[in-house]
Write a protein that binds this ligand. Structure first.
Ligand SMILES: *Cc1c(COP(=O)(O)O)cnc(C)c1O
Length: 494
């Protein structure tokens, strides 16, 4: 934790141009074969690569790496993203040569261990979620959503029911939900939340007609709340002939306690990278397996791992790939992100059933502890027992301090900011998910910083508006960054 959050930044981060003519990081040995002339047409004399010694390059990149903030350097309460600690044993397992160096086109007889792992992971995900069948193919949560929505549409079409074109999505949903439905060509209808943060039952009923393909529901939702009428919500959609999609990003709160497949959900994605602790952020890779009920199992993407020849006392079974009868087809090259599957498998194996339940319990206790430590100072609009996260308002009466200011100021205190401005139904939202891997001392340090910041908002709002002060880079112009996106540096004009 930063002792004095007002210490100004000491590094000059923008020194990128270190090249000096003639310096070099490599020297080739003299060739022991005759030199050959290269065709002139392949040669160029304007290749403006930086000229640096090895030590310059190492220092440059090592220095850049220290500007980064990660879950291995500090508390990362990024709501909905489940930035829990990623146990290093996961990495050790994923690097075992038998996992790391196999090729997806190898004959199945040569990769039986890998297939056994995938099969067992499918079985465990079924057990954890209460679904009848699982595919590991989708690349991440959003991709799992797309897969699930395609499965729902295929199911209705298979019954000859083609008039279902409408997907119902609560206003607290993650933006990927409407995006996935939109990609499948569905009409998205937003369902408001009621004053306790549940799906508004009257609004839901009003939209449930014979054109409803389904409902996409996150439970617990992005307010961190378990819907108090979940069974009724699901019943209303089912009675209208629709299916219910579960956005499983918040499964962390339910592990070993409740099973979405038994609550009435028809299909759900898992975010292996969130719930089962594989490194994420910065764009991936993730993994978004999809679980479905028995009625939908035939529509899963192909292939999935199955037992193609039963074993007996002497012989293990032969694992291979099977194609569900009415499959929607392939959604990913090869077999999904196998390395992530190895990490998730390891995490589940290391915890066991009881350990997973403790994960959920501790994540819920930690979130409620922080909620209660903060709710007298920060308004929590849906202030009831939460699951693994909660959403507070980042604004104060008679103050022009905003959620963004609070988020940036937290960086001065050594914390990653919470998710802000999401979910959209909370003004100046600060969405806080501590996860189960943090101890009380860290939670208290974070709560203390939040309370200190609330005091600063009264006494010295300027220090918040201008935060962060101690990070290598100051406050970004986020509007300009979004409008004038520069994703790579350009070569100097010749
Ligand atoms: C993270 C998240 C998603 C999307 O998952 P990705 O793996 O990032 O594609 C969807 N819904 C919710 C609620 C999430 O938190």
């Amino acid at each position: 934790m930063t002792e004095n959050p007002d210490t100004p930044r000491v590094v000059e981060p923008t020194v990128y141009e270190l090249s000096s003519p003639g310096r070099t990081g490599v020297s080739f040995p003299d060739p022991d074969v005759p030199r050959a002339e290269l065709p002139q047409s392949l040669l160029r004399d304007d290749l403006p690569l930086p000229e640096l010694a090895e030590v310059d390059v190492i220092r440059h990149y090592t220095r850049l790496s220290t500007f980064n903030y990660g879950v291995d350097t500090g508390f990362y309460p990024l709501g909905s993203c489940t930035m829990k600690y990623n146990p290093k044993v996961n990495e050790d397992m994923a690097r075992l040569p038998g996992f790391a160096f196999t090729h997806p086109l190898q004959p199945i007889e040569t990769v039986q261990g890998n297939l056994a792992l995938m099969y067992q992971l499918q079985e465990w995900l079924k057990e954890i979620s209460g679904f009848a069948a699982v595919s590991l193919q989708p690349a991440a949560g959003a991709h799992g959503e797309l897969t699930g929505v395609l499965i729902m549409r295929a199911y209705h079409r298979d019954r000859g029911d083609t008039k279902r074109v409408k997907m119902l999505i609560p206003d607290s949903a993650h933006g990927t939900n409407p995006a996935s439905s939109g990609m499948v060509g569905l009409k998205v209808v937003q369902i408001p939340s009621d004053e306790r943060g549940n799906v508004d039952l009257e609004a839901l009923k009003a939209e449930c007609d014979e054109t409803v393909l389904g409902l996409m529901l996150t439970n617990p939702n992005t307010l961190g709340l378990f819907d108090e009428h979940l069974e009724e919500v699901i019943r209303i959609v089912h009675e209208a002939g629709g299916l219910v999609y579960g956005d499983g990003a918040n499964l962390n709160a339910l592990l070993g306690i409740a099973r979405p497949g038994e609550m009435g959900f028809d299909v759900m994605h898992f975010n292996l990278h969130k719930t089962f602790s594989t490194p994420h952020g910065g764009g991936g890779p993730g993994s978004g397996p999809v679980g479905v009920t028995a009625e939908l199992a035939d529509f899963l993407p192909a292939p999935i791992v199955g037992i193609v020849e039963e074993g007996d006392e002497d012989l293990p079974p032969l694992y291979g790939f099977v194609t569900p009868k009415k499959t929607i087809g392939r959604v990913k090259a090869f077999h999904g992100h196998f390395g992530i599957a190895v990490r998730a498998y390891t995490y589940i194996a290391m915890h066991g059933a009881e350990g997973l339940r403790e994960v959920a319990e501790a994540s819920v206790i930690n979130a409620n502890y922080l909620r209660v430590r903060l709710h007298d100072t920060y308004h929590v609009p849906y202030d009831r027992i939460c699951m693994h996260e909660f959403v507070a308002e980042g604004r104060f009466k008679d103050s022009d301090v905003r959620a963004l200011d609070i988020a940036k100021r937290l960086m001065d205190y050594g914390f990653h900011p919470p998710t802000n401005y999401f979910p959209l139904i909370v003004h100046e939202a600060l969405m806080i998910e501590p996860t189960e891997t943090e101890n009380k001392r860290t939670l208290d340090a974070f709560a203390d910083a939040m309370l200190k910041i609330a005091e600063e908002a009264r006494t010295n709002p300027e220090v918040l508006h201008e935060a962060p002060h101690t990070t290598p880079f100051g406050r970004m112009d986020e509007v300009r960054a979004a409008r004038q996106l520069v994703l790579c540096c350009s070569w100097p004009e010749s």
